[in-house]
Each structure stands twice: as structure tokens, then as C-alpha cells.
Ligand binder design. Structure first.
Ligand SMILES: *Cc1c(COP(=O)(O)O)cnc(C)c1O
Length: 226
């Protein structure tokens, strides 16, 4: 967060951020590790989309906050937590393997639901980040891919850039995901396949320039995680 933002309230930072985001770019306020009071302060400014990265934390927060919040799950989802999560989210952005996709699909079917998801693309240098590789998705996401998972709706792609100050590197990574997004969309992504979730507190302006229409911003709104 910039020094000028440090003295501001959550509401002030959100209002400022929304004014900077171009029309058509949706903001998910990443509230992981933040207390419910902070989420409520964001909610009171009109924010409805929140992002959480741990199932347990999300399930604890849901009953403490208004019921019209759209919860985006953005963390690595362990297969044994799928049944706890399905039915609780507006969207699962972090589907990082076909095995996980299949599990979300079957759990959704059991519950009589359709779950909105994004496929996570691994583009960053860090081995600790998860996701499909560009090549893997380009190969596997054929016309039949979606049909295999009737109880999930694949809405687009999500990715994280390498954690670096090298803006050109970040830009290249985002551009590569945006390019794949356009290819898959052409290839039968269908009318549901419209979301490109790129960009966090430090790199969202680059992401938006490269075509992101969903940004996930945490610390620039809430301050450091507690
Ligand atoms: C934590 C997190 C964010 C938000 O990070 P900030 O740097 O705090 O904006 C965005 N996306 C994912 C997947 C995250 O885990």
C-alpha cells in the first residue's frame, strides 16, 4: 500500500479504488485473514464480492455477515474439503486440476447444484503456486471438455503473476493468460466463458491493461493481513 493510503479507512480506500477501476472491471475484495469487522466496513460501502482462501475461515465468516455477499473462493482447495465448500460460494476461482474439477462437478450433482468456477493457470515462476499450465489447458480444453462436467459452469480463467518488481515480466505473464483466454473462448468456451481474473494489490493496473475484467485486491483495501 502507498504511504498516502496508510492513514485512510477501509471505506476511503475502497471508494478511491473503485473510482480508479475502469467500467466493466469487477472488484473482489480479498478478505482472507481479516476480521469480520473489516469485511462489514467494506460491505457498508456497497462491496458485495469478497475473496477467501481457506475453507474453514470462509465457513466461519459466512454466518457472521450479511447473506447477500458473493463469496469467491481463491485459495488452493484440497480435495477432501470440496464437499464442505460446494454450495457455499458464488464462485470457485482456484480450480487447479482436472481431478478437482471432476470432484466439484460430482459434489455439485449430488447437491443438485451447478457451481461457477474459473480454471487457475500457473504462469508464475514460483513452484509454490498452483494451476494448469498454458500448454495443458490449450491441449485439454477442447469442445468436449465442458460437456464432461455438466454441474460446473466454467466462467473463465484466473492467474497470479510472479511476485517481482519487474513490470515487463508481469505484463508478459498476464498477456500470455489473456491470449489463452481468447483462444479458449473462440474454441467453445461458450457464452458463459467471459471472466479473466488477474491482478492483485500491486499489479492490478497492469492486469487491467492486459484485459482483466475481474481483479482480486486485498491488502490495498484492508491493510496488512492479521
Ligand atoms: C491473497 C490473494 C490475493 C490478494 O492479494 P493482495 O496482494 O493482498 O491484494 C489475490 N489473489 C489470490 C489468489 C490471493 O491468494
Amino acid at each position: 500500500m502507498s504511504d498516502t493510503d496508510k492513514g485512510k479507512t477501509i471505506a476511503e480506500r475502497l471508494v478511491h479504488l473503485r473510482a480508479e477501476l475502469p467500467v466493466g472491471v469487477e472488484l473482489v475484495a480479498v478478505s482472507k485473514f481479516q476480521p469480520v469487522e473489516s469485511l462489514q466496513a467494506a460491505y457498508d460501502t456497497g462491496q458485495r464480492a469478497f475473496g477467501e482462501s481457506r475453507v474453514k475461515e470462509l465457513l466461519e465468516k459466512i454466518p457472521l455477515l450479511p447473506s447477500d455477499i458473493c463469496w469467491h473462493f481463491i485459495g488452493h482447495l484440497q480435495t477432501n474439503k470440496v464437499k464442505d465448500l460446494v454450495g457455499k460460494t458464488f464462485m470457485i476461482q482456484s480450480v487447479d486440476s482436472e481431478r478437482l474439477l471432476a470432484l466439484i462437478d460430482s459434489e455439485s450433482r449430488k447437491k443438485g447444484l451447478t457451481t461457477d468456477v474459473l480454471l487457475q493457470v500457473h504462469i508464475a515462476e514460483e513452484e509454490t503456486k498452483f494451476g494448469f499450465s498454458l500448454v495443458e489447458l490449450e491441449e485439454r480444453f477442447d469442445a468436449d471438455f465442458k460437456g464432461r462436467y455438466p454441474n460446473v459452469r466454467i466462467r473463465g480463467l484466473m492467474s497470479m503473476a510472479t511476485n517481482t518488481d519487474d513490470e515487463e515480466k508481469i505484463r508478459k505473464e498476464f498477456a500470455a493468460v489473456a491470449n489463452l483466454f481468447n483462444i479458449l473462448k473462440e474454441r467453445g468456451g461458450g457464452e458463459d466463458f467471459i471472466l479473466l481474473s488477474l491482478g492483485m494489490s500491486d499489479d492490478w493496473p497492469i492486469a487491467v491493461e492486459e484485459g482483466a475484467n475481474l481483479v482480486r485486491i486485498g491488502s490495498a483495501i484492508f491493510g496488512p493481513r492479521v
